[in-house]
Write a protein that binds this ligand. Sequence first.
Ligand code: PSU
Ligand code: MN
Length: 309
Amino acid sequence: MNNFSNPAVVVSDEVASALEDGRGVVALETTIVVHGLPEPVNLEVAEACEAAVRASGSIPATIGLLDGRVVVGLTSNEVAQLADEERHAAKLSARDLGVAIAAGRDGATTVAGTIAVARRSGIDVMATGGLGGVHRDAQLSFDESADLVALARYQVLVVASGVKSILDIGATLERLDTLGVPVVGLGTNRFPGFYRRDSGHELDWSVLNAREAARAFLAHRLFSSTGMLVANPIDAERELSSDLHDRALADALEKARVLGVRGKDVTPVLLAEFARSTAGVSVQVNRDLVVANAALAGEVARSIAHERS
Ligand code: PSU
Ligand code: MN
């Protein structure tokens, strides 16, 4: 089944039959693989996320654009093609999809781009590392990730380890409030700070497990057309130490300021500087949290499928 019935979108046989059978399906993004993590860990993460979703009893649907066709359920070969630097895959938010399709481009989808595709394909759940958010200088730059508006627009449950600490976390939570997007901690009422378990911000709501998250989302959908954020903190023994974190954060913000980066490049530059400053430790933490989020998303998708049947 192809809900798009449009040649610009190709749904893999495995994903199409999982959707038809009412099984849990988890959308996975590709920006993290192409623009967020260095080689060779990026491709290992893509594989590990798919394996984690399968181990939770759901089917992964990695999403990206190849030669102007949106693929829902990329093979690992196709992910590797996208990540090949020579192909210069673009970073695609929701607004970029149509233009990139028409231009016949390759592209990696962000959270916003991925949930736009997921929603239209009938996929309810997505996993990522950290949601995009409001940048620290947003009052001057107006830089607020389109991920926030996309979550308000597309009814998809996103599992993330909060938002990256490079952002203005308090402002991001305020925007999610305004946009009507519920934020629910998994086993915690503290909002996670990506590399660290606790960003210092409290949450109004928490759930104990994937099943409760699934039920909350199904109930939310009775009254609202927005998505929902399930905030899953990294394991305590895997988080970045506060010393290392604070030093890397200062380095990263300074680097971005000196380079004067703008727009789409801001997040990749900050993440790369974090990796340099922590001698790769932040990459390992990022890897671990994304894979854990994929596993949780797999459980949530399976619970949603179960509750509906
Ligand atoms: N999570 C990660 N690494 C990433 C991202 C998320 O662990 O690179 C990506 C996602 O694709 C997210 C994007 O949508 O960062 C945010 O980019 P921007 O701030 O330009 O909206
Ligand atoms: Mn931005």
